[in-house]
Design a binder for this molecule. Structure first.
Ligand SMILES: Cc1ncc(COP(=O)(O)O)c(C=O)c1O
Length: 369
């Protein structure tokens, strides 16, 4: 073996990345868990999409349409957008991750909220940029704090609305105020991964901003209400120049043929989406009420607009976040603990089916008894 030679060296900012940790999917016992740790759709995708997935098993020797032409046309029709100003990615994650690579130079900064989506600081650091966390107020994004965090070298601001892991949302007027308060050279990225859980097709007005403003991008996903997280399809829309830049740097074939076909079928079945929205609302309300019924024990449900609830817990004792997580796990239920995101005292619980929720509530009540 040769020694003393230089070895490949990663860029110094790569070492500062805390790798993304997905929600746990397995129990130590090997028993099939009730998985409430990754904000997935517990009812699954539209049955039509499942049929389409089966039908597309043949033909996978051919490359997919890298431009996702038909899916973009359908998305444009559904949302009243220009298909030329839509880009489809390997999940919305791909688009979220590419934007700082396009708009930041090493040493620039990117702003996100304190208790925000774990991908944003990763995406910033990947580009050599510094992620800056703006404080929130009782787990709700604070527009004034975000604007105060923006520096001269800030190139991009991420806002998930509804936000993960808090489930909270800011209103249309607040998003407009945030946009109005940013310099025009700062890109505002509104991540609407959970927007379909609300009745309004553009619940915070960000899609409308993305239609007209030169510095607003909206991302959406098929991983949440559409129930296709395993197929990795997401999309973004915004100014022509941003979409053009994304098309230059995205992977040539971001999504698989089967995934594209399933996504097309899923958006055609809005009846299924409406049923999932309604079921989510009902189960989320049950879950939140059951948590709030234990407020004398120190538990609280942060009001959520998404498909999960952040439950805050006492710092110590038998109902601390760690103790409840372990207690739920012993009963076959997986939830998410996010101490690395400043939430050692909270658990994020995805909304499950009626039966999942009943099991979870019964278990919580037993732990509190
Ligand atoms: C706020 C937010 N944005 C984006 C994503 C990523 O979605 P995708 O599966 O489309 O990459 C998630 C997934 O949990 C999320 O919570």
């Amino acid at each position: 073996m040769m020694t003393g030679l230089a070895s490949p060296r990663a860029n110094p900012w790569i070492g500062a990345i805390a790798p993304y940790t997905p929600g746990e999917a397995k129990l130590a016992s090997g028993v099939q868990p009730i998985k409430l740790s990754a904000n997935e759709n517990p009812w699954g995708p539209s049955p039509v999409a499942i049929e389409v997935i089966r039908a597309h098993a043949h033909g996978v020797n051919r490359y997919p349409d890298g431009a996702a032409t038909r899916l973009r046309q359908r998305l444009a029709f559904l949302h009243g957008l220009d298909p030329e100003r839509i880009v489809v990615g390997t999940g919305s994650d791909e688009i979220l991750q590419l934007l700082p690579l396009i708009y930041c130079a090493a040493g620039d900064s990117v702003v996100h909220v304190r208790h925000g989506f774990m991908v944003y600081p990763i995406a910033a650091r990947r580009a050599g940029a510094e992620p800056l966390a703006a404080p929130d107020q009782d787990y709700v994004a604070d527009v004034d704090a975000i604007l105060a965090t923006v520096r001269a070298d800030t190139r991009l601001v991420y806002l998930a609305n509804p936000n993960n892991p808090t489930g909270t949302m800011i209103a249309r007027a607040e998003v407009a105020r945030l946009h109005a308060g940013l310099r025009p050279d700062v890109l505002l990225v509104v991540d609407q991964a959970y927007a379909e859980y609300l009745d309004d097709p553009d619940p915070d007005g960000a899609l409308e901003l993305a239609r007209h403003a030169p510095n607003v991008v909206v991302t959406r996903t098929f991983s949440k209400i559409y129930g296709l997280g395993g197929l990795r399809v997401g999309w973004g829309t915004g100014p022509a120049a941003v979409i053009e830049a994304l098309n230059r740097v995205r992977t040539p074939f971001p999504t698989a043929t089967v995934a594209l076909a399933a996504a097309e079928a899923a958006i055609a079945d809005q009846e299924w989406v409406a049923r999932c929205r309604e079921a989510n609302r009902n189960e989320r309300a049950r879950l939140a009420a059951a948590i709030d019924a234990l407020q004398d024990h120190g538990l609280r449900a942060v009001p959520s607009a998404a498909n999960f609830v952040l439950m805050t817990c006492p710092e110590h004792g038998p109902l601390s976040a760690t103790a409840i997580k372990a207690g739920l796990e012993a009963n076959g239920i997986l939830v998410r603990h996010l101490p690395s995101q400043g939430l050692p005292h909270a658990l994020r619980i995805s909304v499950g089916t009626h039966e999942d929720t009943s099991r979870l509530i019964a278990c919580l009540n037993r732990l509190a008894a």
